[in-house]
Design a protein around this ligand. Structure first.
Ligand code: AMP
Ligand code: ZN
Length: 111
């Protein structure tokens, strides 16, 4: 499949992995917007939030369940962090494989 994040999951494109299990991969964003900027993805290809269904929502829930664990493992969980999902063109989504940005290591003041 011609999907950047599927290729990262398959190991065809290198990434700096910070967490991996059978359902979820998290890696450092190549263009960080905060001192800590992690991208967490389900290993199952779901294009965007608009493609979440009753059948595949477990894949999304799996990512969410890992997010606090990833933040804790990297040492910024206790201080708090921001999680962002960009959906579609107006949302600013550039990679059409659903993902959650985990941003930490600083205090965010604006929305
Ligand atoms: P979005 O704009 O929400 O679709 O987020 C896509 C994110 O993927 C951006 O923050 C990019 O910096 C990041 N990104 C693109 N290519 C790579 C890559 N090869 N490794 C890590 N992060 C990447
Ligand atoms: Zn994909």
């Amino acid at each position: 499949m011609d999907c950047l994040f599927c290729k990262i999951i398959a190991g065809e494109i290198p990434s700096t992995k910070v967490y991996e299990d059978d359902a979820v991969l998290a890696f450092r964003d190549i263009n960080p917007q905060a001192p800590e900027h992690i991208v967490a993805v389900p290993k199952t290809h779901i294009e965007s939030a608009n493609d979440i269904t009753a059948q595949n929502v477990k894949c999304v829930a799996d990512v969410w369940e890992r997010i606090p664990k990833i933040a804790d493992k990297l040492g910024f969980g206790k201080d708090g962090y921001r999680v962002i999902n960009n959906c579609g063109e107006n949302g600013g989504q550039t990679v059409p494989h659903i993902h959650f940005h985990i941003l930490g290591g600083k205090k965010f003041t604006d929305l």
